[in-house]
Ligand binder design. Structure first.
Ligand code: AMP
Length: 418
């Protein structure tokens, strides 16, 4: 039987992987410019971290987690998102002791058992950025600005930032009751999933994508009428801050996001070029996540960008990923007697930091020169060159050749590659 990868996962192959490095490097530089440091976190955690952190009644925890029992009988889950793990790591390592904050980011795979489609995979990759231990609205503004800055630097067009406030444990219960009361009048119009959510998590009905549910949700009570003074003022400050920085946004009162931990600000950055799975970034404030996993109160704000989708959009928009790394020099042996010297020269070039390749499969000189077509220069070595301690250097762009002495070669090539 031919082995295939499981449904919903894919291989990122050389034709694509260099584009990934480009995107991650740009994001890494932007996050460093904003004061964030990279961390590497585990890919699996105790299941409880997500059930308590992300929320028992979320789709992620109820339906989408890859959970298994390990050999020690513990329940383990492949991380479906990175925020809960980031908070766990900060608490465990005392990064926010004595009221200090921590600005952290990570990159890596996340796992959700969703229905695969374009832009939606079961293993997908996020750049996740979290500012832990910060309460003021200026931090929300900064985090949205950073997300937008990453996309600006990547050159993405046709994006829209959408924001909302989802309240806090003081005001959300009031809103929840108002929603339950409202949706109870339209039970015949709601889909199965929303009916199931009605008593347990009515806010989630607001972002159901089914047209009938959407029509009902359009008429639902407005969260802004239920926000407490603190949440209302926080939301106003976020809006003012975004305006100060010239960041365009839209308000979507139905944006609630699929993770229960959000409080106050929730936001998404949407692409007009992605179809149904149009979010390239999602985030918000989660003041109570730490409390819910047994830690101290740690108000925080963050976001996650979907790298798979960013690459899709960039390809669609024909954006540049910089230059694909390739060998700059190909060392070709004119005959068999020169093969050993060719390998030694290739080694020397590489040690000097010049990307170089040579043949290791006894290929003819002709096919070596063909392979050299991908490089900028071919170094040709034959018995004469070896005897005279020179190399024939061929510029592959115009075919011109020069003879260079062994000890000048590396400086000469470095100079030409500048
Ligand atoms: P979330 O963690 O659900 O807030 O998602 C944050 C971002 O991750 C989204 O805006 C998407 O860009 C990306 N994302 C989420 N789920 C998937 C998935 N199944 N496949 C690909 N990208 C995803």
């Amino acid at each position: 039987m031919e082995m295939k990868a499981p449904r919903g996962v894919r291989d990122i192959l050389p034709d694509e992987s260099w584009k990934w490095s480009y995107v991650i490097n740009i994001a890494a530089k932007a996050m460093a410019d904003y004061g964030f440091s990279e961390v590497h976190l585990p890919i699996f955690e105790h299941t409880e971290l997500f059930s308590r952190g992300v929320g028992e009644t979320t789709d992620i925890v109820e339906k989408e987690m890859y959970t298994f029992e390990d050999k020690g009988g513990r329940s383990i889950t492949l991380r479906p998102e990175a925020t809960a793990g980031m908070v766990r790591a900060a608490l465990e390592n005392n990064l926010c002791a004595q009221g200090s904050d921590a600005k952290l980011w990570c990159f890596g795979p996340m796992f959700r058992h969703e229905r695969p489609q374009k832009g939606r995979y079961r293993q997908f990759y996020q750049v996740d950025c979290e500012h832990l231990g910060c309460a003021g609205a200026a931090n929300d503004v900064e985090i949205i600005d950073l997300a937008a800055e990453i996309f600006r630097r990547l050159g993405l067009k046709n994006l829209e930032a959408v924001i909302n406030s989802v309240g806090c444990p003081k005001c959300r219960p009031v809103y929840r009751e108002a929603l339950i009361k409202y949706f109870n009048n339209y039970k015949d119009k709601l889909c199965e999933t929303c009916l199931d959510r009605l008593d347990r998590n009515p806010l989630r009905i607001l972002d159901c994508k089914k047209p009938d549910c959407g029509a009902v949700a359009d008429g639902a009570p407005d969260i802004y009428n239920s926000l407490c003074d603190e949440c209302r003022e926080h939301f106003e400050e976020v809006k003012r801050g975004l305006e100060r920085l010239g960041i365009a946004y839209k308000i979507n009162k139905r944006l609630v996001r699929g993770l229960d931990y959000y409080t106050k600000t929730a936001f998404e950055i949407l692409s007009g070029d992605l179809g149904a799975q149009n979010a390239v970034c999602g985030g918000g404030r989660y003041d109570n996540l730490s409390d819910s996993i047994g830690g101290p109160h740690l108000p925080s704000v963050g976001f996650a960008c979907g790298v798979d989708r960013i690459i899709l959009v960039m390809e669609q928009q024909g954006l540049s990923f910089g230059e694909r790394p390739k060998a700059k020099v190909y060392v070709a042996a004119l005959d068999n007697s020169a093969r050993g010297e060719a390998q030694i020269l290739t080694h020397k070039l590489r040690s000097a930091g010049i990307a170089a390749q040579c043949d290791t499969e006894n290929k003819s000189f002709k096919s070596q020169l063909k392979a050299a077509g991908n490089a900028k220069f071919a170094c040709i070595l034959g018995p004469d060159e070896i005897k005279n301690k020179v190399v024939t250097l061929k510029d592959m762009a115009d075919g011109s050749q020069v003879s260079i002495s062994d000890n000048e070669l590396i400086d000469y090539i470095k100079d030409k590659l500048k």
